[in-house]
Design a protein around this ligand. Structure first.
Ligand SMILES: [Zn+2]
Length: 159
């Protein structure tokens, strides 16, 4: 960081601290960590739990519902196929019988689809939040449909 950037950072921090104290002078707010009432505190540190406080811009309605819904769908699918895949590898490595790795192809197909979808979902969270509600929820439901279909495929093929 250049000397100018450091100076600028200090200025921003000073403005933040000043506005935080002004805000808490006028409005009652609880410490996000311990719940202590921060009304009229004198410094940007919680007097009860000694955590540093800062002022932030936050979304009034974060629109996280569809993202979390889809995230759970991909996570369930990745976990289901991941655990079954490890179980299959272990059975075959220790010669305990059960399906061979070739018979377990739906598990590996499931994992190859679910894991990249989960990672892509995490990467695209910002883009997803900018989409209209029907598109966001459509994609969230899609995650569960794909996960359900791949799980049904497993039970239909494995015997
Ligand atoms: Zn506190």
């Amino acid at each position: 960081m250049s000397e100018h950037e450091v100076e600028r950072e200090h200025e921003v921090e000073a403005v933040r601290s000043r506005l935080l104290l002004e805000y808490l002078e006028a409005i009652e707010a609880a410490c996000p960590s311990c719940g202590y009432n921060l009304h009229r505190i004198k410094g940007a540190i919680c007097p009860e739990c000694a955590q540093r406080l800062t002022l932030r811009v936050e979304l009034a309605q974060p629109k996280m519902g569809a993202f979390v819904f889809g995230l759970i769908g991909w996570s369930v699918g990745t976990g289901f196929h991941g655990i079954l895949g490890l179980w299959g590898l272990w059975l075959n490595a220790t010669n305990r019988g059960g399906p061979s790795l070739t018979e377990m192809w739906p598990v590996f197909v499931g994992l190859v689809i679910e894991l990249p979808a989960l990672l892509l979902w995490l990467r695209m969270s910002g883009w997803l939040r900018r989409q209209p509600a029907p598109a966001r929820w459509g994609l969230g439901v899609g995650a569960w449909i794909v996960t359900a279909a791949l799980s049904v495929l497993f039970f239909a093929v494995i015997r």
